[in-house]
Design a protein around this ligand. Structure first.
Ligand SMILES: Cc1cc2nc3c(=O)[nH]c(=O)nc-3n(C[C@H](O)[C@H](O)[C@H](O)COP(=O)(O)OP(=O)(O)OC[C@H]3O[C@@H](n4cnc5c(N)ncnc54)[C@H](O)[C@@H]3O)c2cc1C
Length: 479
């Protein structure tokens, strides 16, 4: 009860199931809830497009309001995190900094730097796990110090660990009673910035509003439909429906507006009351376990988000073409509302057959994929309105429409909309040969993440359509 504490929010933007914040409150006389808006750190560590910025600011505002209701507030301080901490520790007489443990290398480096600062300035550092179902270190320990490299092996290790711990109680006004809030005037001085303060357009076009309040509402909405929850089977969901046919909760998990443990245990309760329910890898709990799998592997793999220096990743001599890369680049991270280092890199490794996926001969055709999953092209018509007047026959390959048809659709290919960047068949053939050669030459790497009895990711794809990829992200790529 003796500390003057800064609780440093990084992710974990919530008050439910927050073990670190709870521990901070229980060990402090005064608590400063702080978010450091370090633009330099954010731009070097993450690629955040405007939609995600809006989502983050909305989440911070929501957290601030919730803290105010409990008699405290959120202080958003702009500046390099080390300088901000140095100054605040001195000014406020801080004896403890608490923060959630994270797996990303940039957040780990930040924690290590804060620990060094703690030694220099004389404050303690407490960090607990709150962003994953398990402490990934426990999974590694049980697997001989290495990450389990297939989903199947991963589930086996989890079966030795048992269920994830239960969520801790939500934070209430009572928890703040014996802990003084930040002094007067600080809330106004360190308010949550408006989008305009960061030179962003004032309105977000995204229907996903950031924050714990909205996240919990969406979660509850899904959980009321118990039939949907128990029968959820990922391969039966529609990857390019206009509204997600899955939960749409990933942005909330990515910033920790929602606790994955809360979701996992709520699902377990519903499963327990049902006669039958779907199972991993295709069930809803199975989706959370994919997340956990990639978190665990990422936590122990150097350079997990790149090819160079990543021991799990085949070293492929991809074509080097700066202009084409530029045209594609944004879809990797910047446009994602749910961008997440471990999940994004894990899925791209899999999708490119650089790791995890060994069925590299199954190549996704952007035209056939669209035709099968959304024959009328509703998704394209909404997000690429320039193409909306083409008939269904041409919506996925408008360059095959006659000149007359293009005129009628009000869109001339090559003038109003670009020609395809590549000839799909030629590029597929080339890459197939390349992959074949690489897999032979780098046989050991190719085997590292291979599950001989079953391909874990392919399990979540309808067997008859196994070239179709299982997730909405593919459709986003097509955007
Ligand atoms: C190339 C590529 C990149 C991706 N990048 C990201 C990313 O940056 N951030 C991200 O959260 N997801 C990413 N995914 C995974 C997946 O597309 C999203 O998690 C999913 O579409 C989110 O929708 P949902 O919340 O409705 O998922 P649901 O199907 O409702 O699943 C519930 C939760 O389970 C987790 N989950 C679901 N699918 C996966 C998966 N394939 N891998 C790991 N966890 C999963 C997510 O946390 C998700 O919110 C990527 C997938 C691909 C193919």
């Amino acid at each position: 009860m003796s500390h003057h504490t800064i609780h440093l929010f990084r992710k974990g933007l919530r008050l439910h199931d927050h073990p670190t914040l709870l521990a901070a409150l229980r060990s402090s006389r005064r608590l400063y809830p702080v978010y450091i808006l370090d633009l330099q750190f954010i731009s070097s560590a993450m690629r955040m497009g405007p939609l995600r910025w809006h989502f983050l600011l909305q989440s911070l505002e929501d957290l601030h309001r919730s803290l105010c209701r409990l008699g405290s507030c959120l202080l958003v301080i702009q500046g390099p995190y080390e300088a901000v901490l140095r100054e605040r520790v001195r000014r406020w007489g801080i004896t403890q900094v608490t923060l959630d443990a994270e797996v990303e290398p940039f957040y780990r480096e930040m924690e290590a730097n804060i620990r060094c600062l703690g030694q220099e300035l004389g404050f303690e550092v407490l960090s607990l796990v709150g962003h994953s179902l398990y402490d990934t270190k426990r999974v590694l320990d049980l697997n001989g110090g290495e990450p389990p490299l297939t989903y199947k092996r991963f589930l086996h290790i989890l079966s030795l660990l048992g269920d994830p711990e239960l969520p801790v109680p939500s934070i209430t006004a009572e928890d703040f009673q014996s802990c003084q809030p930040p002094g007067p005037g600080l809330a106004e001085r360190f308010r949550v910035p408006l989008p305009a303060d960061l030179e962003m357009p004032p309105e977000s076009l995204s229907p996903w509003r950031g924050g714990e309040t909205e996240g919990l509402q969406r979660l509850e909405q899904h959980l009321t439909d118990q039939g949907w929850v128990t029968t959820f089977t990922k391969p039966r969901t529609a990857p390019n429906s206009l509204l997600p046919s899955t939960t749409g909760l990933s942005p909330y998990f990515s910033l920790g507006c929602l606790s994955v443990r809360t979701f996992f245990h709520r699902l377990a309760k519903i499963y327990a009351q049902a006669k039958h329910h779907s199972l991993p890898p295709v069930s809803l709990q199975g989706q959370l376990l994919w997340r956990e799998f990639f978190y665990t592997v990422a936590s122990a793999t150097p350079n997990f988000s790149s090819m160079a220096g990543n021991p799990l990743c085949l070293q492929i001599s991809w074509a080097q073409d700066a202009e084409r890369l530029h045209r594609w680049r944004t879809v990797f991270e910047e446009l994602l509302l749910d961008a997440d280092y471990s999940i994004n890199a894990g899925n791209w490794l899999w999708l490119s057959a650089s790791a995890f996926c060994h069925r590299y001969r199954r190549i996704l055709c952007p035209v056939r994929f669209g035709r099968r999953t959304d024959p009328e092209g509703h998704y394209i018509r909404k997000y690429l309105p320039i193409l909306k007047n083409f008939g269904s026959k041409h919506i996925y390959e408008p360059w095959t429409a006659s000149e007359e048809e293009q005129k009628q659709a009000g869109c001339i290919i090559g003038r109003d909309y670009p020609f395809p960047m590549v000839n799909h068949e030629e590029v597929s053939d080339h890459n197939l040969q390349l992959m074949q050669q690489v897999r032979e030459e780098q046989h050991r790497t190719a085997q590292l993440t291979r599950d001989d009895t079953e391909d874990s990711v392919e399990l979540s794809v309808r067997p008859e359509h196994s070239e179709d990829l299982p997730r909405a992200k593919v459709a986003r790529v097509a955007e």
